[in-house]
Design a protein around this ligand. Structure first.
Ligand code: NAP
Length: 468
């Protein structure tokens, strides 16, 4: 498909699939690294920014402000394009997708930055009941992701259970418990805001399978729970903290332990209308149904720590009433069509971002972000990660051969021939302006997200819409 002869003529054309932070940091490094590189950034959604838009909690405004830096990736309009609303991969029934091999005909190199979006399972009985969801699905709902626009999470019961001790568990617990009025100044879609206003949840139980010394919360995220209006934070640790847990070497963990120890003795927000319960050494054993196939309670087992830092169940169980169970136990990746995949880690095998198969690099194929290193790190982690992948691409470009078909408008024509209607940067700016106008209408907020795909496309094309 590509010629092996001689160095490729410039400009080099690189396709980046995924416009989240990993894709955009990589695009930025590619553009900065060589003036002879042109980049097309694809996204299956009509809006850019991936997890910054659809993963960062709505009330983390400072974290969302990273968009102000990411947007500059698109400044050099002669060298970079946004091609949203284009799913690269295998088409689901009734949809159109861009086959990956088409990209290989037009681009010297393809960088996959598609993340790891699949919720992990607990593998326990009752997990499939209505009311039981993965954090990815739940976060997508409150972040106004078009795939979750029709979701209807069970917020009518007083109890909710969140499983896991990472920052996602904290985000979910915070969004479920903080007064909805405080969220009005965020980009939350109106329907989500209304549902949170009407929520009956008063007690959010965070189940941590190991001890306070094993959590993955970061100190600022944990401490922020104490600042929530009308929310009490109760630590249920079976007296572990008062008895003293071994001093961890990591500063972050010492800070977390200090916070938890203080809260165990003196719960912040005592007497508030809603409560977050941090329950250590507890695992869900089974989700129990009501008569309609919905979750009504969680049977929880107490664990004990094994000498190697793992846990084993003690056999002592209790029931927690809950209509909603969110498992925030991490994510895994999906195989990328045409690329090797390591199912155990949920990542694509690589060396410095170069995809490898049987120890050999797959020519012209690269990975960056969570699909490269797994679902770890903060947004900024993607900058160094993207720089590494970009450096590999830039080093390889002169010997990757010339693609048989041209780039630029030929790529757009090819997509339109296949029935795809890409959302270009100017289209996104129209959608962006429509969301900002909604924000102005609500008052006191920069934007209100449009969640339904059809309404997003209407706004992007400048068509009036009745749906949101
Ligand atoms: P995470 O940090 O990897 O935490 C996953 C948690 O799930 C761990 O506490 C783990 O416990 C627990 N877990 C795994 N399997 C379990 C099981 N079968 N039963 C019970 N618990 C189980 O993952 P995450 O919270 O999804 O976050 C992903 C990444 O995004 C992290 O790097 C995180 O810091 C980042 N993030 C950052 C922010 C922020 O900066 N504000 C917000 C959201 C996400 P064990 O330790 O016992 O395995």
């Amino acid at each position: 498909m590509t010629s092996e002869q001689g160095p490729s003529p410039r400009p080099y054309r690189v396709a980046v699939i995924g416009s989240g932070p990993s894709g955009l940091y990589t695009a930025e490094a590619l553009l900065a690294g060589d003036a002879g590189v042109h980049v097309d950034v694809f996204d299956r959604l009509p809006a850019p920014y991936g997890l910054v838009r659809y993963g960062v909690a709505p009330d983390h405004l400072k974290m969302k402000s990273v968009i102000r830096a990411l947007v500059s990736t698109f400044d050099d309009t002669a060298r970079v394009r946004f091609l949203g609303n284009v799913h690269v991969g295998t088409a689901a029934p009734g949809t159109v997708a861009l086959p990956p091999e088409v990209l290989r005909e037009h681009y010297h190199a393809v960088v996959h930055a598609t993340g790891s979006a699949v919720d992990r399972d607990l593998g326990i009985e009752g997990e499939d009941l209505a009311g039981s969801v993965g954090s990815g699905a739940f976060v997508s709902w409150y972040c106004g992701h078009p795939d979750a626009a029709a979701a209807d999470p069970a917020l009518d019961g007083a109890g909710a259970v969140v499983v896991g001790a990472g920052n996602v568990a904290i985000d979910v617990a915070r969004v479920l418990s903080r007064p909805a009025a405080d969220l009005a100044a965020t980009d939350l879609h109106d329907t989500v805001l209304d549902r949170l206003h009407a929520s009956g949840v008063t007690d959010v139980h965070v189940l941590v399978r190991r001890g306070p010394q094993h959590v993955r919360f970061t100190p600022p995220e944990l401490r922020a729970l104490a600042a929530l209006d009308d929310v009490e934070v109760r630590v249920h640790d079976d007296g572990l903290l008062a008895a003293g847990v071994p001093e961890p070497p990591e500063r972050r963990m010492r800070q977390v332990l200090q916070t938890l120890t203080a809260w165990a003795a003196d719960p912040p927000g005592a007497g508030a209308r809603r409560r977050i319960h941090l329950r250590f050494l507890r695992s869900p054993q089974r989700l129990l149904p009501d008569g309609d196939g919905r979750v009504r309670a969680v049977r929880v087992v107490r664990n004990e720590i094994t000498p190697d830092g793992g846990v084993r169940p003690t056999g002592e169980t209790a029931e927690l009433a809950a209509g909603l169970v969110v498992r925030a136990i991490g994510y895994t990746g999906e195989p990328v069509p045409g690329l090797p995949f390591d199912a155990a880690s949920g990542t694509v095998p690589h060396e410095h971002g170069r995809v490898v198969l049987g120890g050999e690099p797959v020519r012209g194929s690269y990975v960056t972000g969570w699909i490269k290193r797994g679902p770890t790190g903060v947004i900024g982690t993607n900058k160094a990660d993207g720089a590494e992948t970009a450096a590999s691409v830039l080093a390889d470009l002169p010997r990757l051969g010339t693609p048989p078909r041209p780039g630029g408008d030929a790529v757009l024509d090819r997509m339109r021939d296949l029935g795809l209607e890409p959302v270009l940067w100017d289209d996104w700016l129209r959608l962006d302006a429509a969301e900002r106008a909604l924000g102005e209408r609500r008052g006191g907020t920069e934007r209100v997200k449009i969640a339904e795909r059809a309404a997003m496309l209407d706004a992007a094309r400048g068509r009036s819409t009745t749906s949101r």
